[in-house]
Design a protein around this ligand. Structure first.
Ligand code: NI
Length: 136
């Protein structure tokens, strides 16, 4: 599986963009607002912005308010990396394979606006933590 991006928790997306730029990253997207219910009827309520350098793409994720998906995650673990996202050709196939290895699906696959509505899924396994898969 190829790494698509590293997901990063940020308390203040503008501050994070600036700080990443200072260490050589360039902003790759506008600041996206993800506040529309997804296929699971979850509203993430987050700001998202992609920055990249020569080798790595980082997805900055920042809470819009206290109802945000990541509000308590940031409180608990602070700012920093919180998932690695891998590109896969076939989401269902990959999920089945990972399940056989003991991975647990945290949220059912859903189209993500930050990825032009490609489907993504989050999985968890002890020893690794959370990963994300993006299809295509
Ligand atoms: Ni991600």
């Amino acid at each position: 599986m190829t790494v698509d991006h590293i997901g990063y928790l940020s308390s203040d997306i503008n501050k994070s963009i600036q700080a990443f730029e200072q260490i050589g990253y360039v902003q790759e997207s506008e600041i996206l607002i993800d506040n529309i219910p997804d296929d699971n009827n979850t509203i993430r309520n987050v700001y998202i912005c992609f920055v990249r350098n020569d080798s790595t793409r980082v997805e900055l994720v920042s809470p819009i308010d206290e109802k945000s998906d990541v509000f308590f995650t940031i409180r608990r673990q602070g700012e920093g990396p919180y998932h690695i996202c891998y590109q896969v050709d076939n989401l269902e196939e990959q999920i089945q394979q990972l399940k056989k290895m003991g991975w647990m699906v945290l949220k059912r696959p859903a189209k993500a606006m930050a990825f032009d509505y490609s489907r993504v899924v989050f999985l968890f396994k002890r020893g690794v933590g959370m990963i994300e898969l993006v299809e295509g």
